[in-house]
Design a protein around this ligand. Structure first.
Ligand code: HEC
Length: 184
């Protein structure tokens, strides 16, 4: 056991396999995870766009804070999976990574999104799927360099997230993982 732990530490992401190399038997689980991820992203984007058009960035921040978790839980329940977003630089500490995602997350620190592969992890009776999240230009208004954030955005973020580490990104940066757990 000790030896396994030591080896895992050296290898970086124990048991993590690039998605295309995952065993064929996992394919239905992987596809389900990807489908759940797409549903979540679509629903979250729609909610953000709606809030943005109604009340600008502060309203969108409120929507992110109050609805992102709920939308993830709903999309997960609809697909029969567990799902969430995490990062090595969290805005909301409640999005802390589940243990099985940590090695992959640590391996991705400081990388560009394109350098991080989608991964599958053997969780025994389940497959864990990690889909990289990359910063696009639409994210910069709330995740860009502090000096470029609108004062109202800064205020709203500071009020809600005193320990925010999720500003200072540039387009193309690795932002985190969408993690999904599905039955094999
Ligand atoms: C309107 C502001 C806003 C925009 C635009 C925005 N975010 Fe966020 N983001 C937030 C807020 C607020 C949170 C914290 C949500 C919470 O409390 O769970 C967050 C959290 C996250 C998280 C969860 C991890 C963490 O740090 O808590 C990820 C991943 C993320 N954002 C990625 C993105 C990406 C990628 C984009 C662009 C496609 C984006 N965000 C656009 C405001 C925004």
């Amino acid at each position: 056991m000790l030896i396994t732990i030591a080896l895992s530490t050296i290898l970086g992401a124990p048991g993590a396999i690039p998605l295309p190399d995952a065993p064929a038997a996992w394919r239905p689980a992987v596809e389900k995870a990807q489908e759940a991820g797409r549903a979540f992203q679509k629903a979250l984007q729609a909610r953000l766009a709606e809030a943005m058009s109604q009340g600008g960035p502060p309203a969108a921040i409120d929507a992110c804070a109050t609805d992102a978790g709920r939308i993830a839980a709903e999309a997960a329940a609809a697909s029969g999976v567990k799902m969430g977003r995490t990062s090595d630089r969290l805005r909301n500490p409640a999005n802390a990574a589940p243990d099985w995602t940590r090695p992959a997350l640590e391996g991705a620190v400081g990388k560009k999104g394109a350098e991080v592969a989608p991964l599958a992890v053997d969780l025994g009776g389940k497959v864990g799927v990690l889909l990289p999240i990359v910063i696009g230009s639409a994210c910069l208004g709330c995740h860009g360099p502090a000096a470029t954030l609108q004062p109202k955005v800064k205020e709203a973020l500071a009020a809600r997230y005193p320990a925010d580490r999720a500003a200072g990104y540039a387009v193309g940066d690795f932002r985190g993982f969408l993690w999904v757990e599905t039955a094999k």
